[in-house]
Ligand binder design. Sequence first.
Ligand SMILES: *[C@@H]1O[C@H](CO)[C@@H](O)[C@H](O)[C@H]1NC(C)=O
Ligand SMILES: *[C@@H]1O[C@H](CO)[C@@H](O)[C@H](O)[C@H]1NC(C)=O
Ligand SMILES: *[C@@H]1O[C@H](CO)[C@@H](O)[C@H](O)[C@H]1NC(C)=O
Ligand SMILES: *[C@@H]1O[C@H](CO)[C@@H](O)[C@H](O)[C@H]1NC(C)=O
Ligand SMILES: *[C@@H]1O[C@H](CO)[C@@H](O)[C@H](O)[C@H]1NC(C)=O
Length: 429
Amino acid sequence: MGLILIIKSRSITSRETQVMATLLLALNILSLVVAGIEAGESVTITLLDSAVAKGAVCLDGTPPAYAYSPGFGDGVDNWHVFLEGGGWCLDADDCLGRTRYPIGSSAKLMSEVKNGVISFGGMLDANSTLNPNFYNWHVVKIFYCDGSSFMSDVEAVDPKHNLTYRGARIYDAMMDELVRIGMGNAKNALLSGSSAGGLATILHCDKFQSLFHSTTKVKCISDSGFFVRGEHFIGADWRESFYSRVVSTHGLTNMLPTSCTSKFNPTLCLFPENLVPDIQTPLFLIESAFDSYQIGSNLYSPGDRSPRWVSCLQNLMFCNSTEIEIMKDFRFTFINTLKNTIANSSSRRGYYVHSCWRHTHIESPRGSICSLFVGHGLADKNIAEAVGDWYFDRSEFQEMDMVNNLPLNCTGDDQPTLLKKCMDYYIQH
Ligand SMILES: *[C@@H]1O[C@H](CO)[C@@H](O)[C@H](O)[C@H]1NC(C)=O
Ligand SMILES: *[C@@H]1O[C@H](CO)[C@@H](O)[C@H](O)[C@H]1NC(C)=O
Ligand SMILES: *[C@@H]1O[C@H](CO)[C@@H](O)[C@H](O)[C@H]1NC(C)=O
Ligand SMILES: *[C@@H]1O[C@H](CO)[C@@H](O)[C@H](O)[C@H]1NC(C)=O
Ligand SMILES: *[C@@H]1O[C@H](CO)[C@@H](O)[C@H](O)[C@H]1NC(C)=O
């Protein structure tokens, strides 16, 4: 379930074989994100050094990082804050493994990203044609380096591993900084995040709203953050034991929303189905009913994934009939959980639930601004258009693909061809 990124060149033990299987899935996800980042605007990464004095640091003690692209034109009063994802770490060794990668260390982030510059693509892009709803907003991407969906706040440093668990402090320090540079006066504000960042968005959404005046329009988008418990579905014990270890490693018992912990065991308060009903702020969910990460990582523990199953996850053509049934059953569980959650919610929710084999959307053209051209189109809208309609109250977007009960391969065209089709589409609309 977590992205366990450990590669060793010496003899491969069985634990490492398991890790490799996880790594393959992780790379799959990363390649999607990287694909989304090819085209787009260049933005410099900044380390928030002032956070260190507040103890708001990554797992390895380095300052947290963000990338900021200022708003312009009639977007100067609008702010979009995006929380990066990347799984969770479930114990100290797992978290220590992360400190060798950007997901646990800003030093590693800075050394791995060429010239300290990244690209903002998809719904973060400043291209007015491709991203008409949000192109001129202030855009801030907050990098993920705590392994707890920005929720941990443990005062003591783990002396044995020299690890700091401070994700919630990172979130707070970042918000302080953004308010300091002007976000507090926003007219429009949006908190979004993908994957573990999508879960972080759900967990922080109401707190985010409290940063603004009552006249500010504040909304949240959780992208691929609806990780279902699926109490009666394959792997329920594995999912719960994973989250219970995340809760204990990161000391989350008293950090999770009390609206949930007053009703459920803290472990269950990392499952959005138990969180979303109580959120007061408008929330939009972008999801695939065949979320490739949930199906790939949350049904079987790494040791229980057969090579057959792993090859089915890599190419759906290789799946046998049993495996296809498992995917159909996952969709059934996912859709029912989501529908019940929305039905039980205090306010109405927007959602876009397609059937492409995919995980995460916002940062990628394929996943958001051009999604119509790779097969995840609902109501003839790209995901980014649907979100724009919902954000600006042009419509209350609630669409779920109820036709396809099999996962679709939506790989589609190469990026330049896709962007061209997409440009033509926006020019005509
Ligand atoms: C522990 O991490 C801190 C950074 O938080 C570093 O300055 C220090 O040298 C590390 N200590 C050991 C013993 O590795
Ligand atoms: C937007 O992106 C397209 C496709 O990459 C490009 O042709 C166009 O010039 C860009 N427009 C702006 C305003 O940057
Ligand atoms: C399909 O593969 C799974 C392993 O993923 C195996 O348990 C199952 O028996 C196979 N089903 C058929 C019909 O071959
Ligand atoms: C989707 O199709 C492409 C091209 O045919 C293939 O390379 C890829 O493995 C497929 N992906 C999945 C998940 O089936
Ligand atoms: C949510 O709603 C469904 C019916 O839509 C109901 O069966 C379920 O018990 C409710 N769950 C909670 C936690 O209220």
